[in-house]
Design a protein around this ligand. Structure first.
Ligand code: NDP
Length: 320
């Protein structure tokens, strides 16, 4: 059914973008992606000869228009972003610029081409921010109380998507992904950092100490491969302009994630708190209510978290 369809992925060199590309290839979709001249390409090395890459930057409107007009995609997956919450405190305006202005450039580029293409935009559970105990699991209608420049940037992109749909009837689907992880997850993120440190300790590349940040936060983790399947369903089945939580509905305390990974370790490790890994204001608990998305698409997460963590650890064992 999807033979001959073309998909454009922004952020194809990133963690989620590379998994998105792999899924679409197995579905018979022609995969295009944008990258910058200095992008690191190891995440897409294995599929390099099966995908087509164009040079473009979210901060350069002309480059986006040129690529979209040339490809005329049937689907766009907008995954490119400054994606790391921590860095958004170090460089707030860079985060705001890439995630908000960059997304506006993308929407304007599509508008200029006049293509009726569905655009999935990777919004985030971080937008909900400060969630009260009686608000869990979080519904799409929950008040937004963002706690970082990253969260504000994602919220602005989310509402820009709403506004472009209202103003110009553009087919923008606002997916609010809760945490997703798995092989190739950036090493700056807690669970990936733990897994990488353990893999390095096993290889004798560092002392047997795992450095950790806030272990008390609770997060709702979806395997990245289930998440990209959800994004693909979103562009086929969801209503333009609407927002959808994508989550499992269950939470893991970061401490329990750490215990799970150290339990898989081949060596004994010591745990050491590292104040530089703490955020100025952290979101305590994020558990998503996925009813709206599941009702619309029939999606359900299939990969157990234990397998996700074991695949992540094995990924690092092969890559340190
Ligand atoms: P990554 O950081 O792994 O990838 C980000 C991608 O964005 C990279 O390909 C990067 O390209 C690209 N990019 C950054 N700046 C620009 C720019 N100016 N122009 C063009 N491309 C750019 O992020 P993830 O794959 O983990 O996340 C994908 C999306 O999902 C992001 O939007 C993120 O905010 C969102 N999200 C992720 C969650 C998660 O738990 N993983 C949760 C909720 C939302 P380059 O190689 O050139 O740097």
């Amino acid at each position: 059914m999807n033979k001959g369809k073309k998909a454009l992925i922004t952020g194809i060199t990133g963690f989620v973008g590379s998994h998105m590309a792999e899924l679409l290839l197995t579905e018979g979709v022609e995969v295009y992606g944008i990258q910058r001249w200095r992008s690191k390409t190891e995440n897409i090395e294995a599929i390099q000869d099966k995908i087509k890459i164009e040079e473009a930057d979210l901060l350069d409107a002309h480059s986006l228009y040129t690529v979209i007009d040339k490809i005329k995609p049937d689907y766009i997956f907008h995954l490119a972003a400054q994606s790391f919450v921590q860095s958004s405190w170090a460089s707030p305006t860079q985060t705001l610029e890439v995630n908000i202005i960059g997304s506006a450039h993308l929407f304007e580029a599509v508008r200029k081409t006049g293509l009726p293409v569905p655009i999935q935009i990777a919004c985030s559970s971080e937008e909900y921010g400060k969630v009260l105990p009686n608000e869990v699991p979080i519904k799409e209608t929950n008040p937004m109380r963002p706690l970082s420049p990253y969260a504000v940037s994602k919220l602005a992109m989310d509402y820009l998507g709403y506004q472009y749909h209202q103003s110009y009837q553009m087919n923008i689907i606002r997916t609010r992904g809760f945490n997703h992880t798995g092989p190739r997850r950036g090493e700056v993120f807690a669970e990936s950092s733990f897994a990488k440190q353990i893999a390095e300790i096993e290889k004798g590349k560092r002392e047997p100490v795992v450095h950790v940040g806030n272990l008390e936060a609770r997060r709702d983790y979806t395997d990245v491969r289930d998440m990209v399947r959800a994004y693909y369903l979103a562009v086929q089945k969801c209503d333009p302009g609407e927002a959808y939580n994508i989550a499992t509905g269950k939470a893991w305390k970061i401490k329990d994630v750490l215990d799970l990974l150290t339990g898989m370790s081949k060596v004994k490790v010591e745990i050491k708190p590292d104040p530089t890994r703490m955020r100025p204001s952290d979101v305590e608990v994020l558990i998503g209510d996925n009813t709206k998305f599941v009702t619309k698409t029939g999606w359900k997460p299939e990969i157990p978290f234990e397998k996700t963590m074991s695949d992540l650890l094995n990924y690092w064992r092969e890559n340190v």
